[in-house]
Design a binder for this molecule. Structure first.
Ligand code: FAD
Length: 475
């Protein structure tokens, strides 16, 4: 078999209706372009298997034909890892037909789902059983569990529940040789040799195709409450986080920070959303706190109000609002979650998904804001992120009136070098939760420890000797 006969072979495996080709008149644009519209590829074919066994046969057929496979879930990834390159020679493997909830074990607090299940559907299945699946991110209406695990997604609840890796107990995977590995398990303890599950979590489709996962569930809190607080500086926002951690303990389930420009862009592009500090200038930094309480709403409100009163007395915050209802809570979260969309409306920017020790965030922001302003006069910083776990989306937007695409073309490299050097100097990482994909591959080669890179390449060569899985991504 060769590449030209492969589409017919794929039709035999999954049925003609589930193989899309340009020659066959299909519109592949939705699969070939990423969410940011930054990456535009060209696939040999898009194949949509309906079972794990079909995934295995598809991968084997591609390997036999010497054709690369690019797995794709919801296509919400932000680093160009889930769309084909522009060679027209890669098969795009869409997992979205694998969308069954296989089993929910309430006594064991686990759920086993197909990889193509949309994150929101998994949250809902858990909620229907009176339980919580805590992974939460703004793209949860489209992103899939397979993509979440392949990227080791973070999101808004990491400070309490950990990232996707921490929530995953077992995996089912199709290897690059087309074997089906059944590693599904609801065990919290299983020390039987190397942890293969952790190898596939965060591997971004380069080591195999995740077809299903067993995930941890948690009891639902009795009450969830949200507040917004105004801070004069990122240093004050960090002090508020410290205070909230001390006072609320494990009840603190969310702590997001947003700089003034982030919220101003939301106001500009989504005028229908509420303005929490209406009539006043947006504060330099706004912090969204979420409290999950095991007792009751009244208990949660008392704890929140006491915390915010103390923060006000100590001069850590200037003002605060506590949501009065679930609808108000959702509206406050919507402000935060609309920032990526508002940025997209404003035009492309140089995105950075960095993490730092919380203790060094204030020093990093002060030094790097100043260095960027000096090097690129007028540059605008759209900074927001998951302050509770030290993850900032420290994004650099062209000066007002400057063409965004031209700014990116002329300055992206220099901006990255400045920001990533500062991140390294402050003990951080240049990739916190979005992964490496194609976007940060060269950065990984430049900045990752040489011994770590050698081990990563050895693992890739051992599992995928033909280089079938998502070539050109990560390594
Ligand atoms: P895709 O984009 O389809 O793929 C991502 C990568 O995973 C690719 O390399 C792909 O090849 C691989 N892959 C996909 N499915 C499989 C599979 N079954 N087996 C093997 N490999 C696979 N991310 C966060 O971590 N935290 C956030 O808070 C967050 N917020 C976001 C907000 C917005 C508005 C958007 C657009 C994105 C956000 N993201 C966030 C990024 C994105 O949603 C996550 O990376 C998500 O986990 C990707 O899931 P997906 O199904 O869309 O994967």
């Amino acid at each position: 078999m060769n590449a030209s006969t492969l589409p017919d072979r794929l039709r035999d495996i999954v049925g003609a209706g589930h193989v899309l080709t340009r020659d066959g008149g299909a519109d592949l644009a939705a699969f070939e372009t990423d969410w940011r519209r930054r990456w535009h590829g060209r696939a040999l074919a898009v194949v949509r298997p309906g079972t794990p066994a079909e995934v295995a046969t598809v991968v084997r057929a591609c390997a036999d034909a010497g054709v690369a496979v690019v797995p794709q879930g919801g296509n919400t990834g932000l680093v160009g890892g889930g769309v084909p390159d522009d060679s027209g020679t890669q098969v795009l493997l869409s997992l979205t037909r694998l969308n069954r909830v296989r089993e929910l074990d309430a006594a064991n607090l686990t759920i086993t789902v197909d990889a193509g299940c949309v994150l929101h559907a998994v949250q809902r299945a858990a909620a229907d059983a009176g339980l919580l699946f805590p992974l939460s991110l703004a793209a949860e209406g489209s992103a899939t569990i397979g993509g979440n695990l392949a990227t080791n997604a973070g999101g808004t609840q990491v400070l309490r529940y950990g990232n996707a890796r921490a929530l995953c107990l077992g995996l089912e995977v199709v290897t690059p040789l087309g074997e089906l590995w059944d590693g599904l398990s609801g065990l919290r303890k299983d020390n039987t040799g190397y942890d293969l599950r952790d190898l596939f979590v965060g591997s971004e489709g380069t080591l195999g195709v995740i077809t299903a996962a067993t995930l941890q569930l948690f009891p639902r809190p009795a009450a969830v409450m949200t507040a917004l607080a105004a801070c004069d500086s990122i240093g004050a926002a960090v002090r508020l986080l410290e205070l909230a951690r001390t006072r609320l303990g494990a009840g603190l389930t969310g702590c997001e920070a947003m700089n003034r420009l982030s919220l101003d862009l939301v106001s500009r592009h989504f005028a229908q959303l509420p303005r929490p500090f209406a009539g006043r200038e947006t504060p330099p930094w706004t912090v969204l706190l979420e409290l999950s309480d095991g007792e009751s709403e009244a208990h949660a409100r008392d704890a929140f109000e006491a915390l915010l009163a103390d923060a006000l007395d100590a001069g850590v915050i200037g003002d605060a609002v506590v949501a009065e209802s679930l609808a108000q809570s959702k509206a406050l979260w919507q402000l935060r979650e609309s920032i990526p969309l508002a940025q997209a409306e404003e035009g492309l920017n140089v995105k950075h998904d960095i993490a730092l020790p919380v203790s060094r965030i204030a020093a990093f922001v002060a030094a790097t804001d100043a260095a960027l302003a000096a090097a690129f006069p007028g540059v605008r910083l759209v900074d927001f992120g998951h302050l509770g776990d030290g993850n900032l989306h420290y994004n650099v937007q062209a000066p007002a009136g400057v063409d965004a695409a031209a700014f990116l073309r002329d300055h992206e490299r220099a901006v990255n070098a400045l920001v990533f050097d500062a991140v390294a100097a402050h003990g951080g990482t240049f990739s916190a939760e979005h992964g490496i994909g194609a976007l940060k591959r060269d950065e990984l080669a430049r900045r990752k420890d040489a011994v770590a890179l050698r081990m990563m390449r050895a693992i890739k060569a051992a599992l995928d000797p033909q280089g079938v899985m998502n070539p050109g991504r990560v390594l």
